[in-house]
Structures are given as C-alpha cells and as structure tokens.
Design a protein around this ligand. Structure first.
Ligand SMILES: [Zn+2]
Length: 344
C-alpha cells in the first residue's frame, strides 16, 4: 500500500511538472495557426543542399529584423515577418531573371533604441549585433557563397547603423561580397551615401509628404501584416485604435526614443492602423520587394561588368569585387545557375 501511495505521488509530481500547461492560466499564447517564418529558408535545407546551392552560384538573401513592440494589434516580430515576406518575393523575381538564391533564416535580435522603454522590445547592443552579423557573413563565405544581400525590416537608426558597421568591417576581410540593400530615405537619414561600396540604395515608393506621420504599426505596417501574416494580427482591435497626431517637433522628440517615445505614443503605435487594409498591404509589399530586386539585379550587373572589364585587361587586378568574381567564373555562373528545387 505504501508503495502504491509512493507511486501515485510520483505520478502526480510527474504530471505536475511535465504535463501541466507551460503557461499559467490566462497567459497569452501565440495563435495556433501562425505561419513559420523559417519555411522556405536555408534552415530547412541539409548541408549537402546548402553546399550545392553555393557551388551553383546562388546568392544569399538575408532579412535583418527585430523583436519589438508594435502596438496592441501586431506581434513583436512584425519587423521580421515583413522583410521575410518581401524576400520570398525578391527570390521569385530574381529567379525569373535567372539568378538563383537562398534565403537565410531571418535575423531578429535587433537594436531597439526608440521603443526600448516598452515591454517586448528586446534590445541588443549594437556591437554585439555587428559582431554576430560579421560571424554569419564569414560562415556563409566559408560555405562557398560569394554574394550576400541584406535588407532591413526595422527602421530604428541605431539598428541600421549596426548593420552598416558590420558591412563595412566585412568588406575589410576576405569574406563574401556583402551588400546592404537599404531604402534610399533610410540610408540618407543614417548618413549613408549612394554609391558607397557595400551599400545599394533601393528607391521605395515615397510616402505622401502631406500625410501625417505613419511610422510604426500604423496604416502601412498594419496593412503589410494583414497581407503577409494575417493570422498574427489581432484584427478585432484595429478598428478601435484612434490615429496618433504628432507634429514635426513631436516626431523629433519621439525619435529620441525610450521614455520620450512611450510618453508620446503610449499605445505603442505611430500612425493610423484603423485605416489599414490587406489590399494596400499587398501593394506595398509588392512595390518594396520589386525595388529591392531591382537594386540587387543592378548590383550583380555592375559586378558582372567589372569582372568583364578586368578580365579583358592584362594588368593585375586590385579590385576586390572583380577578383572574387573572376575566381568564381564571374557573374555568368550566377546568371546561369538555376536551382528551382531550392526556390519558392
Ligand atoms: Zn515595424
């Protein structure tokens, strides 16, 4: 009897520790049908498939997102879902042009200065993020890939300066060609100049200059999530969110971040989410992805021309880009490579 009691007690303990729901009653849980953002990325390849893609001349695409509060209606990973969705579109466009590509799992530990005072905005020190990005660049290069293109899903200036720092340092090493494909307006805001090696400005459709600022979890971003990751959107909350009305001076204060941002936008959004629609989101996602694809195609095309110029000259080549392209057989290898099983 005593033995039975002991066994029953052990069983109860086991059930309590291992079988009880992991979250306390009432705690939030993600929607059960939320999509996997690893789907379609290199994370689902084997090492042999990854190696084969590198040998075929495929380029690497990588979204640099963040985990950051996005109002009461959007998930913390909004700035990761959006660029991941755009890269899938970029990949299809490049494929149609004969350029094969592999998408890395999205990076999501970003630098969150502006919204850092909100719960859920996970802040990574810029130097930590830069070092991690550089390590990934090196690993990707050692795997045999020669070209790596980054896009950002998170427009915090400090986040994008960390990316820029990693790209500049990577260009001083013997790793792959790394290019940050940056929206032109954002690039200008953080002090980049068009034409700097390692950076390709993407000319995204401009926002209406007369419209009130819609910068964070507002009309545009909510629309993109309704189109790209609808299962993650708390649609029942959107209609009740009043628009924020920040003037230029308040916007400047908001950008100083932390408690300034939290005081000016206590709901965690800046814009008019109630005006969002999936149709608008589909248009914005398609337009931005097209702009990124154009910038990547242009960067690869420029490299192809440099490689051709260099190979037609007899003098030694000191150009980093051209020498790498020559060693790999030039851009033609990329343009001819088609690995449909690794795409879409
Ligand atoms: Zn965002």
């Amino acid at each position: 009897m005593r033995k039975m009691v002991a066994q029953a007690w052990l069983l109860a303990l086991f059930a309590g520790v291992f079988l009880a729901p992991s979250a306390a009653a009432g705690a939030p849980s993600p929607p059960p049908d939320a999509p996997s953002i690893l789907a379609g990325t290199a994370a689902d390849l084997t090492w042999l498939e990854f190696e084969a893609a590198a040998k075929s001349g495929a380029v690497i695409l990588w979204a640099i997102g963040s985990i950051e509060e996005h109002g009461p209606h959007l998930p913390l990973a909004t700035d990761t879902y959006v660029p991941a969705n755009e890269l899938a579109r970029v990949q299809r466009t490049l494929s149609a042009e004969g350029v094969s590509s592999i998408i890395l799992p999205p990076y999501y530990w970003g630098v969150n200065h502006v919204t850092g005072a909100f719960p859920g905005s996970i802040h990574i020190r810029p130097e930590t993020m830069s070092a991690l990005l550089q390590d990934v660049f090196q690993s990707v290069g050692r795997s045999g890939f020669r070209d790596l293109f980054l896009i950002t899903g998170h427009y915090d200036a400090a986040h994008n300066r960390a990316i820029s720092d990693a790209v500049r340092k990577a260009r001083l090493t013997q790793g792959p060609n790394v290019t940050f494909v940056v929206p032109a307006a954002l690039g200008t805001r953080i002090g980049l100049t068009r034409g700097e090696p390692g950076f390709a400005f993407a000319d995204l459709p401009a926002a209406d200059p007369n419209a009130p600022p819609d910068l964070h979890a507002g009309k545009t971003e909510t629309s993109m999530m309704l189109a790209g990751a609808p299962a993650t959107v708390r649609t029942g909350k959107i209609a009740r969110l009043p628009p924020t009305r920040l003037d230029a001076a308040e916007l400047a204060v908001w950008r100083r971040g932390q408690e300034h941002a939290r005081a000016l936008t206590p709901g965690g959004y800046l814009g008019a989410p109630a005006q969002a629609s999936a149709a608008l989101g589909e248009t914005v996602l398609a337009d931005e992805a097209a702009a990124y694809a154009r910038a990547i195609s242009a960067a690869l095309g420029t490299r192809q021309e440099k490689a051709r110029d260099t190979s037609s000259r007899t003098q030694p080549n000191h150009g980093r880009t051209a020498s790498r392209s020559e060693a790999s057989g030039g851009f033609a290898a990329v343009a001819e490579a088609r690995t449909p099983t690794l795409q879409d």
